[in-house]
Write a protein that binds this ligand. Structure first.
Ligand SMILES: Nc1ncnc2c1ncn2[C@@H]1O[C@H](COP(=O)(O)OP(=O)(O)O)[C@@H](O)[C@H]1O
Ligand SMILES: [Mg+2]
Length: 272
């Protein structure tokens, strides 16, 4: 018998920059939304690249995730802000965004000092209940800091982008250790869904070698691997997820297959 549907929260995390966290977060979320799932993307990077990619110019007129975190520092209850106050509907059907902004960076030491690392998780529980989201994706900064820890504490599954180079391989091992520790100490259900191979070039021997090396970690390598293409940068510039910008492109097809695979994992876990 199928149990009650559960909103799976995925965090896309690798402390290395430029590996594709933002591109993968936004395009998997867009593919989920296109499949009819009410999908939320939370941007936790002060650079705000996800917010810029998914929301059009001038869309962020009000609060952001920074205001939510700032409100957790107030001891007065009336200043406690629910996450729904910083929720924006994108121009894409079923796709919602909680944006970030540059003020996140200066707020970080205060949040750390006051142990606010569980606040996002608690607030997401309420938001998912109230807004009936089917899926959540969280984009993280290129660092193991307060915000990426908050994201791990708030998630069920981790997707780890890997861009086929040696530094990235070391970073994956580090992510795996951190996830194990968070699962052991705080969130028993947290697990790595898999490694998302990005910029993969089948004809490059060093890519094949890097993938052989990474497969020794015992973490699933999600298929298909993502190809490199300039259309990705073009889609960022156009502020339209690639899966909508060039739906027939090979890289869009790869994202759609990856998303379908992720959703099928969810479907399996729904069986009781
Ligand atoms: N598969 C890809 N092919 C080509 N360019 C890509 C691909 N994935 C990401 N990029 C580009 O690489 C840069 C870094 O990607 P991004 O998603 O911002 O990484 P991160 O969030 O990890 O810093 C961006 O300019 C993005 O457009
Ligand atoms: Mg990014």
């Amino acid at each position: 018998m199928a149990s009650k549907s559960k909103c799976v929260r995925r965090v896309v995390f690798n402390q290395k920059g430029g590996v594709g966290k933002t591109s993968i977060t936004c395009n998997l979320a867009a593919a989920f939304a296109a499949a009819g799932l009410k999908t939320l993307v939370v941007d936790l990077d002060a650079q705000g690249n996800t917010s810029h990619y998914l929301l059009c110019e001038g869309a962020i007129g009000g609060r952001t995730i920074t205001d939510f975190f700032e409100s957790t520092l107030s001891t007065l209850k009336i200043f406690g802000q629910p996450l729904s106050d910083c929720l924006y509907q994108s121009d894409f059907k079923n796709l919602w965004v909680i944006p970030a902004d540059a003020r996140l960076a200066e707020l970080q030491p205060k949040l750390e000092a006051r142990y606010k690392v569980f606040k996002l998780s608690q607030a997401l529980d309420d938001l998912i209940d109230n807004q009936k989201f089917d899926a959540v994706f969280i984009d993280t900064p290129p660092a193991l800091n307060f915000y990426s820890m908050s994201a791990l504490m708030a998630s069920d599954r981790v997707l780890v982008p890997f861009d086929c180079d040696a530094f990235s391989a070391a970073a994956v091992q580090h992510v795996s250790d951190i996830v194990q520790e968070v699962a052991m100490d705080h969130r028993p259900d947290l697990s790595i869904e898999g490694i998302v191979i990005n910029h993969f070039q089948a004809q490059a021997n060093h890519h094949k070698a890097a993938i052989d090396a990474i497969s020794q970690h015992g973490i699933p390598l999600l298929k298909p691997y993502l190809s490199p293409s300039v259309v990705m940068r073009e889609s960022h510039a156009a502020r339209v997820p690639l899966v909508f910008y060039k739906p027939a492109h090979k890289l869009s097809a790869e994202f759609n297959q990856l998303a379908a695979l992720s959703r099928s994992v969810k479907a399996k876990t729904k069986q009781t």
